[in-house]
Design a protein around this ligand. Structure first.
Ligand SMILES: Nc1ncnc2c1ncn2[C@@H]1O[C@H](COP(=O)(O)OP(=O)(O)OP(=O)(O)O)[C@@H](O)[C@H]1O
Ligand SMILES: [Mg+2]
Length: 1013
């Protein structure tokens, strides 16, 4: 058992390092000459192009089609397979794989793909790394053999002319170049290569299908030692088509060697052999009427063969005797028999007879007798019986065939001796099987070779069976039924061809693939002659004519002729006709029996080895280069079972794997290909379902992934958004807190003078009142009851309206007072002396403010607390109530029109206690007087006067305060006893802060002391 891709050991070949000219390594297909040329030129060695370039070119070119049909999408379609082969063929890509099976389509022209560079390229490279090539397969087989130390064979099949022999040669050349070498091994290699032209010369011939058709089967073992050196070889040959020696169909030739000898031998040799340089002259050569061919150069090939003979160790005497035999066959063909009066054959002495006698070393008379008489043994007596002319010709031809056939076997044996390796060490082998091609032909009873072709087709059938057995075991049963039983019916008693046919009908009549004229239905019968039988081979129907079958099967060579041959002086003939052969009275085995048993042997040889397959396909029937005959290729694809093979390979039916590996890998073991096909079919059916399922799963997986991604993204965006919102909200709340705080602060301080803390609140209160007012306007402006009651801040406004009514446009400092808010009081209760409070308790203090009181006479300023109650104005100093003026007694209040803060209270002096009018100064003049006017209802009693203001004091006296403007601001008692209040021009002070009061006495001295009010 073996595995696919073995690890590749390094090649140690010294040959690899040599370089060979690419052009010289090209081997003209079918040319014997080139095989020698190839080898000697390799030894010279010349330039070598870069392998990389070549590899690149190869790979680029190989993009056409698919290089392994297993990879074909439409692998079930025969049309697609053919198209692929055709497409590749159209660009000279003749090789295509089905797994490890190589398909080769005959290009019928030289391709530049067999150079030394190509060999180097494929050496030790993995099978699928490079485009398909016969070198890849050869190399892979070799490497596997080395790593697994087992035997292999490469089965090359295909019909006649498909390229089997060419392929075999390519493989041999590849091994010759790529395997390690030494001087000694070179000899083996030379011999192996050179055995080819010799075998082809003796075993190949021009046929209608192929100018170099192999007319024998060849199995060649190449033996390798454990190092991978090619150390020996062995060739087995099968069933040479001997009938060709004496007869050729029209358009065909005898074996190449005859023409080569006549055309190529020098004059001396021709003379020695008694030959004319005229192929037309010889009966055995001229029947096909195509002795010379443009495509065949017999002269050159002769030289090649002659040289090859020396290489493969044929000594001079061998060569002389070998040519003697070839020549003697030609002479035999020209021997004629006369008829005597009884109708018997008469053989007169002729140059031909003498030459045969001379060349074979048999006395003329003995030879003459042997060819004209038959020896009959009766009761221990031998009687000579003359031949009829027909018999004589038959005997002559039989002798020619026998000599040639046995000589061919001798040549093969001789080559084997020269290739034999004496070393008993274990060797592994690669066998190359180039079996003759299957042929479908049309029956013609004059044709020779039908019997041989029958055997050949049988052989192909067997090998196909073997291929099937190794690859598609389950189909075996089917094939067994088709096996052809031959032996019994072909062993004649006194049979004729026709009795053979009867026996055949008797034995095989029931078989569906067998039909004869008698057994056929009406329609088929028309296509068959009486002596015909038809077989349905794996490759198609073939009709055989039984005429000559018995004879050919018996391969009868009269015993006395054999005995004569044993006397030959020609050493080769001697070896071919050994004395012990004639002794037995036993009938020799028939050809069919021999062939059958040798095929059996071959099958056993092959079964013990690992198989590699090359399937050669004919591109067309006319040897045209570049023509691809679809129908012809299709037929070959069909009968070679390539579609089935593709199917098996496609399904991975790894019949080339180690069972254990295979089992381990696949977990199942398919015993029959039938099961495999069923599995494949079932797979085809449920493939779409599976695809849909896998697709759905995958789509689901993708969608889930996408969903999760989107969800994560959404969360992220949401987080950011919430953050932004939260920050905004925070700012909003901070703002709100500030606003509310401000509002509350404003509310708390609403009664205080307008500050930054309450200004907004007051504005708000005012605004909201006005807004409410807008909606609830009173019915008439004068109807005070329907007015909305204003907020406290607005009551101040009302008071200010009173102030305005009194002072607006009259007193200079009024405009400045408007913005100054009025307070409820300017002195807290706790700051008023408790005794004073006690004294005015029953009047209730409404307002109090600090003032400066000027004495009535001296105008000395004294600080006092002015208290307004419901009933009176009180002036208090500490615990004393200095003066109380009831509102009834208060006649009025005068102020100047200037910006000063002096107030003159006019009081009636109707009692002795009453002190009369009083001069006060107060910073809150407008506030005091407004409150007073409201409390005492004295708006009209407050007067704004210009210049001097008189006021009455006790004792009926009067005093005056003069108001003026000047350079300085001052207040003093003038000489005239008036109080002079002078204000700075254009200046004034509500709070009178800058007003300086100067005592009258100080005025004279000019020194003033300012007192703040
Ligand atoms: N790889 C190739 N390159 C070029 N020409 C080829 C190739 N293979 C085959 N041929 C051409 O096809 C011809 C027939 O090939 P070959 O002799 O190998 O056929 P075969 O299969 O051995 O036929 P037969 O069964 O008759 O022996 C060759 O002589 C050659 O002209
Ligand atoms: Mg061939």
């Amino acid at each position: 058992m073996q595995c696919y891709a073995p690890t590749r050991p390094e090649r140690k070949s010294p040959v690899v390092s040599q370089s060979y000219p690419a052009t010289q390594i090209m081997v003209q297909p079918g040319s014997l000459f080139n095989q020698r040329c190839l080898f000697s030129d390799w030894q010279k060695g010349k330039s070598k192009l870069g392998l990389r370039d070549l590899e690149g070119a190869l790979t680029a070119r190989d993009k056409v089609g698919v290089q392994d049909l297993v990879l074909l999408d439409a692998h079930k379609s025969e049309g697609a397979v053919l198209d692929n082969l055709k497409t590749r063929f159209s660009v000279d890509l003749i090789y295509t794989y089905i797994g490890t099976l190589l398909i080769s389509v005959n290009p019928y022209k030289e391709l530049d793909i067999y150079s030394k560079k190509h060999m180097d390229l494929y050496m030790g490279v993995n099978f699928y790394e490079l485009p398909p090539h016969i070198y890849a397969l050869a190399d892979n087989a070799y490497q596997t053999m080395l790593t697994e130390a087992n035997n292999h064979f490469i089965l090359i099949s295909g019909e006649s002319g498909a390229g089997k022999t060419e392929t075999t040669k390519k493989i041999l050349q590849y091994y010759a170049v790529s395997c390690p070498s030494s001087a000694l091994l070179d000899t083996v290699r030379d011999r192996m290569l050179m055995s080819n032209p010799v075998l082809e010369a003796f075993g190949n011939a021009k046929t209608l299908k192929n100018d170099n058709s192999s007319r024998f089967g060849k199995y060649m073992d190449i033996q390798f030692d454990s190092q991978g050196d090619a150390v020996g070889g062995h060739i087995l040959s099968y069933l040479l088509e001997k009938s060709r020696v004496v007869h050729q169909n029209h358009g065909e030739r005898n074996f190449h060697i005859f023409y080569q000898l006549v055309e190529g031998a020098d004059e001396d040799l021709l003379r020695q052999l008694g030959l004319e340089r005229d192929t037309e002259y010889y009966n055995y050569l001229a029947q096909g009427e195509c002795t010379s061919m443009k495509t065949i150069n017999d002269k050159n090939d002769w030289q090649t063969v002659k040289n090859a003979l020396t290489v493969i160790h044929f000594d001079d005497s061998d060569i002389e005797h070998l040519f003697g035999i070839i020549a003697s066959v030609l002479h035999l063909g020209n021997i004629y028999f006369d008829r005597d009066f009884k109708g018997f054959a008469v053989l007169n002495s002729s140059p031909e007879l003498r030459w045969v006698s001379k060349l074979l070393g048999i006395h003329v008379q003995v030879l003459t007798k042997a060819l004209s008489y038959r020896k009959i043994e009766a009761k221990a007596e031998e009687v000579l019986c003359p031949f009829t002319v027909d018999h004589a010709i038959y005997a002559r031809d039989a002798l020619a065939k026998a000599i040639y056939g046995r000589t061919f076997t001798w040549v093969v044996n001789h080559i084997n001796e020269s290739l034999e390796n004496q070393d008993p060490a274990r060797k592994t082998v690669i066998g190359l099987l180039d079996i003759y091609g299957f042929e479908v032909f049309y029956v013609n009873s004059n044709d020779t070779g039908l019997f041989e072709q029958f055997c050949i087709n049988y052989c192909n059938e067997k090998l196909q069976q073997l291929f099937i057995q190794l690859t598609l075991k389950a189909e075996q049963e089917e094939y067994e039924a088709e096996g052809i039983e031959d032996e019994e019916c072909m062993r004649p008693g006194d049979s004729t061809d026709l009795t053979f046919l009867e026996k055949l009908e008797e034995k095989m009549g029931h078989h569906p693939h067998f039909v004869t004229h008698r057994l056929a239905n009406k329609k088929t019968r028309k296509t068959l002659e009486r002596g015909d039988f038809r077989l349905l081979h794996y490759a198609g129907e073939v009709t055989y004519c039984v005429v000559g079958f018995i004879d050919k099967n018996n391969d009868l060579l009269y015993r006395h002729i054999k005995e004569v041959m044993q006397q030959s002086k020609n050493s080769i003939v001697q070896q071919c006709f050994l004395p012990d052969e004639g002794d037995g009275r036993r009938r020799p085995e028939t050809v069919a029996t021999q062939f059958r048993s040798s095929l059996q042997e071959l099958t056993e040889i092959l079964m013990a080895k690992e198989a590699w397959y090359v399937r050669c396909l004919k591109s067309n029937d006319n040897k045209n280069s570049g023509k691809f005959d679809d129908a012809l290729v299709k037929h070959q694809v069909k009968y070679l079972g390539l579609m089935e093979h593709l199917r098996v390979r496609r399904a991975g039916f790894a019949y080339r794997r180690r069972y254990e590996d295979f089992l381990k890998r696949t977990k199942i073991f398919i015993r029959y290909a039938r099961t495999l096909f069923a599995t494949e079919d079932a797979y085809e059916i449920c493939k779409h379902e599976l695809v849909a399922k896998i697709q759905a799963k995958y789509k689901g997986y993708r969608a889930r992934g996408e969903f999760i991604k989107q969800k994560e993204a959404a969360t992220k965006i949401e987080t950011c958004w919430r953050g932004v919102q939260a920050r905004k909200e925070k700012q909003r709340r901070e703002w709100a807190v500030k606003v509310i705080k401000q509002f509350i602060k404003g509310y708390i301080t609403r009664g205080q003078a307008k500050t930054t803390d309450n200004s907004e609140y007051l504005a708000f209160v005012r605004q909201s009142y006005l807004m409410r007012l807008r909606d609830n306007l009173p019915k008439t402006v004068l109807d005070k009851n329907t007015w909305l009651s204003p907020p406290p801040v607005m009551t101040e406004l009302q008071i200010k309206v009173v102030t305005s009514a009194i002072f607006k446009g009259k007193k200079d400092s009024y405009p400045q007072s408007v913005a100054m808010p009025f307070m409820d009081t300017r002195i807290n209760e706790q700051d008023i002396n408790i005794r004073v409070l006690e004294m005015v308790r029953h009047e209730r203090i409404k307002y109090s403010v600090p003032v400066v009181k000027y004495d009535r006479n001296g105008f000395k300023p004294r600080p006092r607390q002015l208290l307004l109650t419901q009933a009176a104005v009180h002036l208090a100093e500490e615990a004393k109530l200095k003066q109380s003026i009831s509102y009834a007694a208060l006649k009025g209040v005068s102020v100047s029109n200037l910006g000063d803060t002096f107030m003159i209270f006019h009081v009636a002096c109707d009692g002795p206690k009453q002190k009369g009018g009083v001069v006060l100064q107060c910073d809150h003049l407008y506030e005091v007087l407004t409150k007073l006017s409201l409390l005492a209802n004295k708006q009209n009693a407050i007067k704004v006067l210009q210049g001097s203001i008189k006021f009455e004091i006790h004792g009926g006296k009067e005093n005056v305060v003069d108001f003026s403007t000047g350079q300085e601001q001052m207040a003093y008692r003038d000489k005239n006893g008036h109080l002079m209040v002078q204000l700075k021009k254009g200046g004034f002070s509500v709070a009178n802060e800058e007003l300086v009061v100067i005592k009258a006495q100080d005025r004279g001295r000019g020194v003033g002391s300012g007192v703040k009010g």
